[in-house]
Design a protein around this ligand. Structure first.
Ligand SMILES: NC(=O)c1ccc[n+]([C@@H]2O[C@H](COP(=O)([O-])OP(=O)(O)OC[C@H]3O[C@@H](n4cnc5c(N)ncnc54)[C@H](OP(=O)(O)O)[C@@H]3O)[C@@H](O)[C@H]2O)c1
Length: 272
């Protein structure tokens, strides 16, 4: 299915992953972000949370947008979802098979390369992994593909290689870099949906800014909600990983806030 307006992120939740996934779905989230990277995520716990809401009749699989990731060996700990001695293409296939088992589904909606092999550019390793991911897509095991933790250079090289571009880019979004302006602009030009994470944690100065405070007061909302509303206003698909039920509801409700074009412009320009 098409992505909803907000994604619930499941990183760093360890034993609470299943319960928080269930809580987020009961609170109204319809998009879930995870990864087959046990170091930071418990993907099997996400699957348990999903099974609980299906069983309770809260949602059906087809109501949800499920996104997971392939993570290279250096991003993993010893709890690997693939044979480290296998080729990269085989690792992608094994990681995907394991994700589908964890999540109790025959396909995900988006499959994301967690990060390129090198910070310097789109390497031969990425070319191989991207081709393997496209095979997974063509086999119906994911509806769409994405890349994460990428620079403008990575994206230009990926698109320049002639390969099919991603449907999604997922990046940490710093206000001081114009909210990742260069990458967002590239994405807009290529019809790639930009997913922003760490919108609150990376931007304490934005949360404290008078423009944000004034917009929050006018909307009888919180600065956090204004940041999420801003992200939606500039075309981002925001992620939140909140562990607090009240914040879950506030994050979803941020879509109903109003920002004037001047406020949106001022927040976009406030730090870079
Ligand atoms: N691709 C990658 O490499 C990558 C990297 C990092 C994250 N991610 C994804 O992005 C997801 C989100 O990560 P994140 O870094 O954006 O967020 P996060 O680490 O989950 O942190 C969100 C923070 O904001 C607070 N918060 C949320 N809503 C709030 C509200 N309405 N009012 C006040 N505080 C609020 C939360 O506190 P409370 O818990 O108290 O609400 C928490 O401290 C992750 O779970 C993961 O799925 C991906």
């Amino acid at each position: 299915m098409a992505p909803p307006r907000f994604l619930y992120g499941t990183a760093w939740k360890e034993d609470a992953t299943a319960a928080l996934t269930e809580l987020a779905l009961r609170a109204g989230f319809r998009g879930i972000d995870t990864a087959n990277q046990r170091r930071h995520y418990v993907e099997a716990g996400v699957g348990q949370g999903l099974a609980a809401v299906y069983q309770a009749g809260v949602v059906k699989r087809e109501d949800l947008f499920l996104q997971t990731k392939f993570t290279y060996l250096p991003g993993q700990d010893h709890r690997l979802p693939y044979d480290p001695a296998a080729s990269l293409s085989t690792q992608v296939a094994q990681s995907m098979a394991s994700s589908l088992e964890h999540l109790g589904t025959d396909h995900v909606d988006s499959y994301v390369l967690h990060g390129p092999a090198s910070g310097q550019g789109w390497s031969q390793y990425d070319v191989e992994v991207w081709a393997a991911m496209l095979k997974e897509r063509d086999a119906g095991r994911t509806r769409a593909l994405g890349v994460s933790n990428v620079s403008l250079r990575h994206l230009q090289q990926l698109v320049g290689s002639g390969a099919e571009p991603p449907a999604f880019v997922q990046n940490r979004c710093f206000a001081r870099q114009g909210w990742d302006r260069a990458v967002r602009t590239f994405c807009a030009g290529q019809r790639i949906v930009y997913q922003g994470f760490s919108l609150l944690t990376a931007n304490p100065e934005a949360l404290r800014h008078p423009v944000v405070a004034a917009a929050a007061a006018r909307n009888q909302a919180t600065p956090a909600q204004v940041i999420f509303r801003f992200a939606l206003a500039v075309g981002m698909l925001p992620l939140t990983g909140t562990t607090d039920e009240r914040h879950m509801k506030q994050d979803l409700a941020s879509d109903g806030l109003t920002l004037t074009p001047e406020e949106t412009h001022a927040i976009e320009a406030l730090a870079g």
